[in-house]
Design a protein around this ligand. Sequence first.
Ligand SMILES: C[S@@+](CC[C@H](N)C(=O)[O-])C[C@H]1O[C@@H](n2cnc3c(N)ncnc32)[C@H](O)[C@@H]1O
Length: 262
Amino acid sequence: MIGEDKLDYTGFIERVYARLGLDLRYYKRRQMERRILSLMRRRGFQAYEDYYEAIMHDSALRQEFIDRVTINVSEFFRNGSRWNVLAEQVFLPLKDRERIKIWSSACSTGEEPYSLAMMLDRLGLLDKSVIEASDIDRPALDKARRGVYSEEALKKVADSYRSTYFLRTADGYQILPRLQAKVHFFWFDLLRSPYPDRAYDLILNRNVVIYFTDEGKDHLYRGLSRALKPGGYLFVGSTEQIFTPERYGLYLVAPFLYRKKM
Ligand SMILES: C[S@@+](CC[C@H](N)C(=O)[O-])C[C@H]1O[C@@H](n2cnc3c(N)ncnc32)[C@H](O)[C@@H]1O
């Protein structure tokens, strides 16, 4: 039969998983399929089969594909009012702790962990904080480690922060080495890597779960809950409420902010 052995979406993502270890089965199909098809067509491919062969043989096309499907748009202090809640409800109560351990678990190009570093510095808590930041996208992590941003990327950063925490260089705005040194970046796949046990006082997981299926979300929240210390906080994106937080041993303390039971 004509077309019988043509690769379809499901076959394509299975092959991608087998060869690249990138598991797109837990990402919502409609969004993901549209995203992949539009990229394929922009590059002149009509069939999944041809596109699959091309990305396996051409590293630039492959990297473009990974960047596109992992979606790494970010901002400093994204959803600003939520960050005030973080300062008041999480950082101030933790201020007497000897050490505060934080994980920005889908940090993209670094805006989120550096926002944390700036805020903690302002609150006088940076020295006792450990900030870890991870992502699945290696080029995004490379950019995060460099810590250089365009003027456009800084447009929502208050002038007082810009002048205190960035150095103007020929390439743009460089985050101050003192803050950069406080953020430890590493690669981590939220759907496949093993989660640590009771490691963090606060985890940020923002604007990634929107792309996951219910099964993917379930896996993620189990892992994040395990990684929190009892009484630790989980800060999620502003469209990402967890519908049954008690399933994961969490409860709501403020919109988009959860706490793990003691
Ligand atoms: C839209 S960005 C969000 C960045 C930041 N948290 C924020 O809210 O601005 C989503 C990030 O999730 C990452 N991501 C997607 N799937 C992932 C996975 N399975 N494991 C880890 N990171 C993932 C992407 O690479 C991307 O950098």
